[in-house]
Design a protein around this ligand. Structure first.
Ligand code: ATP
Ligand code: MG
Length: 393
């Protein structure tokens, strides 16, 4: 019964000069999201809104599912589009529309008409009154409530007539492309995909880096990360995944440094490499899935030690104060949870010490990294230059 969608966005974030930028980014992201949906869509903006017109048959549920992933949308309104065939015909169609959407029950309603085409014979107020009367007659259990109606029946008379009353919440946030680009450190776990989606929600587009350690980590573990990246790209738009071979560096650290500091030192090298690639790719920040106290490498002291190596870029940790349960809920909501819990090995867990340091001293760690000085720079060079880059989404 619907042939179009009206898209509303929260206006608060988009005052003044930023408004066209915001709207154009939103239109672009809606077009991107609809590419994968069956149907022919025409997306365009008018004052303060975005419209989607459809042509012919289209996948209604698929359209809604795609739109719900587009950040920047505050609400989605499916619209019935009618040719102007006179007011009597309009009444019939509106009543059929209400009968289908609200088949039973007592509902309060209000008609809110807007006559944008001035040669229509009835003025807005006249449409409200006449349509309200027709609805009351057809649905004796309905009543009018002008203050807070359950059903706000909107009728917009333009060249055609647009009727809508359904209000589906959008994802909120800002459209991708309005917030610069960040490099997500993406592991196969639960946390980092959630962190990436949260940054994307603020309009930040993503690149991602994954450290793997073949043959200690399998192709399937890498595939899992690519699958997670693909799910995240449903929100963030296409992204480049940089797959860095970390085996040589990991082994070298294992050989030269105290084993209880292995995780911290490894994480410092991950951050250094991620920052290098990020700067090369014009990213403005790093993003991780860290959360205080979750594991030994995420105590305040450990976070300080890993943070210290990032010289130019800020590190964003959107999950820093979240409980695991909250993160799991978000992972469910964005659709990454089932993939994240597949049991493939992670490069960090392979040589992990039984009792890793939980309160590393930056000074001590720095001193122990000195043991690596003969080989590490070349290894980092090799890891950065030899990385695989995969386009996702
Ligand atoms: P996650 O669920 O994201 O894997 P985690 O609880 O396993 O998190 P850690 O393994 O300590 O936590 O990693 C903390 C963060 O470091 C991750 O959220 C991710 O951003 C980054 N990270 C860890 N391992 C890797 C990896 N192999 N490749 C890329 N980033 C990684
Ligand atoms: Mg992990």
């Amino acid at each position: 019964m619907f042939q179009a969608f009206l898209i509303k966005y929260a206006e608060i974030a988009i005052k003044g000069k930023n408004r066209p930028l915001f709207e154009d980014a939103l239109v672009k992201q809606i077009r991107r999201a609809l590419k994968a949906v069956d149907g022919s869509f025409h997306v365009y903006k008018t004052q303060g809104r975005v419209h989607i017109d459809t042509e012919g048959e289209f996948d209604y549920n698929g359209t809604l599912a795609a739109l719900k992933k587009v950040y920047g949308i505050s609400s989605i309104h499916p619209v019935m589009v009618l040719e102007d065939e006179g007011f009597d015909e309009l009444k019939k169609r509106v009543i059929a529309y209400l009968a289908e959407l609200y088949p039973d029950g007592e509902h309060s309603f209000k008609v809110n008409a807007r006559r944008a085409r001035k040669n229509y014979p009835l003025e807005s107020m006249e449409i409200n009154a006449a349509m309200g009367e027709a609805v009351l007659e057809a649905f004796p259990a309905f009543h009018v409530d002008v203050k807070s109606p359950e059903i706000m029946l909107r009728i917009e008379v333009r060249e055609k007539i647009y009727v809508y009353s359904v209000d589906i919440p959008g994802a909120g946030g800002m459209p991708i492309g309005t917030g610069g680009k960040a490099m997500l450190l993406l592991s196969g776990g639960i946390d980092s995909p959630v962190a990436g989606a949260m940054m994307a929600k603020r309009g930040v587009s993503l690149n991602a880096v994954y450290f793997h350690a073949p043959p200690y980590t399998s192709e399937r573990a890498r595939q899992k990360v690519e699958d997670l990246a693909a799910i995240v790209s449903g929100y963030s738009g296409e992204l480049w995944l940089h797959v860095v071979n970390f085996t040589e560096i990991q082994k070298y650290i294992y050989e030269k440094c105290p084993h209880d500091e292995l995780t911290i030192i490894m994480r410092r090298y991950m951050m250094r490499i991620a920052e290098r690639i990020a700067l090369e790719q014009d990213c403005l920040a790093l993003v991780t899935g860290e959360s205080v106290g979750q594991v030994a490498s995420q105590t305040m002291q450990s976070l300080m030690a890993t943070n210290e190596v990032c010289e130019q870029l800020p590190v964003f940790r959107p999950l820093i104060a979240f409980d695991k349960q909250e993160i799991v809920q978000r992972a469910y909501a964005i659709g990454t949870y089932e993939t994240s819990i597949l049991p493939y090995e992670d490069c960090c867990t392979i040589w992990v010490a039984k009792h890793p340091v939980t309160k590393p001293s930056v000074k001590v760690i720095r001193r122990h990294e000195e043991y690596l000085k003969d080989g590490i720079d070349e290894m980092v060079e090799r890891a950065v230059n030899g990385r695989d880059v995969v386009k996702i989404g």
